[in-house]
Each structure stands twice: as C-alpha cells, then as structure tokens.
Design a protein around this ligand. Structure first.
Ligand code: ADP
Length: 225
C-alpha cells in the first residue's frame, strides 16, 4: 500500500543543515499493525508527517498504491489526507464544546455528506468503539480512555486507508492503555484497519505485528514480531 523509497529530509537554517530522515526505505502492506519506536528527537514525528501527507518537503519517493502523490496544491493535499489517513493523538485533540457525536461527525461534514447518512455512519461507529451511550456527552464528562475512543472513532469515520496513532496510550494508565490497544487489535483483525503506532511503551508493541526502530533519523531495525 505504502512505499517510501530513499527518503531524506533536511531542516535548513543559516547556521545549520540538519539531516533528520536518512535514506528511509519502508513498505507498509494493507492490514498491517506496525509499531515505531525510537528515542526523542530520532525523527518519528517527521516520519509520520511524511507518511500522513502532512509534509511533502523531502527528497525521495512516496508511492501510495504504486502512485506518486507529489501534490503542490494545498487543497488537493488536504482532500487526499482526509480521505486516506486518520490521525489519533496522545492528548485526544477533541473539540471540548462539541458533543461526542459532533466530534465524530466533523470529518463527514467536511466531506459534504448529507445529514441522514451522517447520523447513520456516526451511530454505527459509536457501536464499534463501544460508546453508544455517550453520544450526547461532552469530552470533559468522559474518562481518558473514553475520550481516546472518541478520537479513534473520529479517525475512522471517513473509512481511511490507514491510521496513524502518535503515542495513543501516552496519557493513559496501564489498564486503560490495554483497553485501547485491545480496540486497535479488534479494528485491525476484524475490520482490516491498517495501523501505524508511534510509542515508547513496550506493552503497546506486544499488540503489533511488526516493530520498526528509528535512531538519528535512520531505520536501524525492522522486524516481524
Ligand atoms: P521525534 O518525533 O522522534 O521526537 P522529531 O521528528 O520531532 O523526532 O525530530 C527529529 C529532529 O528534527 C530533531 O532533532 C528535531 O530537533 C528536528 N526538528 C523537528 N522539527 C523541526 C523543525 N521544524 N525545524 C528544525 N528542526 C526540526
């Protein structure tokens, strides 16, 4: 599905020429559940920004389904991003003044869906993540784990080709982390969702099929688990 070929990325300013991604070669197959680990500053965020069509300023080739998407137009790029990739963050990034339902429906409204279709899709998604009872609550009325479920539902509502989760359990206690990982495993195994997870947590890695280690901008290890 995804193929990165010889990706190099530099941050340049007057004094410095920082080489942050070094000859990254990476293939992701549909249905994989991959963990990415590496010390702080090793280039994980930069890599997921490339993978998630956020950053296109790099050298090398990014092929998605065999095609290159070096798009210069910002509108086209955000449309491609919205249709292709769902994001989950450590701090959930929900809109506090919107209900659970409204948070999850937002990406659909951007996509121009009609209201009745939206209601159906959001209801089905709420069942999938186990939050049907909470749809009229606000994020503050939910536990951290429940908020992360809302964020996961939002990331999936547009049927993305894959999701990127950046430290999704970083703000959660051990038991809740386990529940969130169980949800990811369920979505991966039962619904075929392709998932890329950046994590520091070895427990999270045990739920994944593959571990990629990155250090100083380079992939130093890439193995099936
Ligand atoms: P990680 O996510 O693994 O902590 P990052 O991808 O955020 O690593 O950063 C990799 C390297 O790139 C770090 O040395 C960081 O200081 C540098 N870096 C990240 N973003 C920028 C930026 N916008 N400008 C300059 N340097 C940056």
């Amino acid at each position: 599905m995804i193929e990165l070929i010889g990706i190099n990325k530099y941050y340049k300013n007057e004094e410095e020429h920082h080489h942050v991604l070094k000859n990254i070669n990476l293939r992701v197959k549909r249905g994989e559940m991959i963990a990415i680990m590496g010390p702080s500053g090793s280039g994980k965020s930069t890599l997921i920004n490339v993978l998630g069509f956020i950053d296109q300023k790099f050298e090398g080739q990014y092929l998605f389904e065999g095609e290159s998407f070096m798009i210069t137009n910002d509108n086209k790029l955000s449309k491609l991003r919205n249709q292709t990739v769902g994001f989950v963050f450590q701090n959930f990034s929900l809109i506090e003044n919107n209900t659970v339902f409204e948070n999850i429906e937002l990406p659909l409204l951007y996509g121009g869906y009609n209201i009745s279709k939206v209601k159906n899709k959001v209801s089905q998604m709420l069942v999938k993540v186990g939050l049907k009872e909470k749809m009229y609550k606000y994020p503050k009325q939910l536990s951290g784990g429940q908020q992360q479920r809302v964020a996961i539902a939002r990331s999936l509502i547009n049927n993305p080709e894959f999701i990127i989760a950046d430290e999704p359990t970083g703000a959660l206690d051990t038991q809740t982390s386990k529940e969130i990982m169980d949800l990811f495993v369920h979505l991966n195994q039962k619904h075929g969702v392709t998932i890329i997870i950046v994590t520091h947590d070895p427990e999270v890695v045990t739920s994944c099929h593959r571990l990629i280690k990155i250090r100083d901008g380079a992939i130093i290890d890439d193995k099936e688990l």
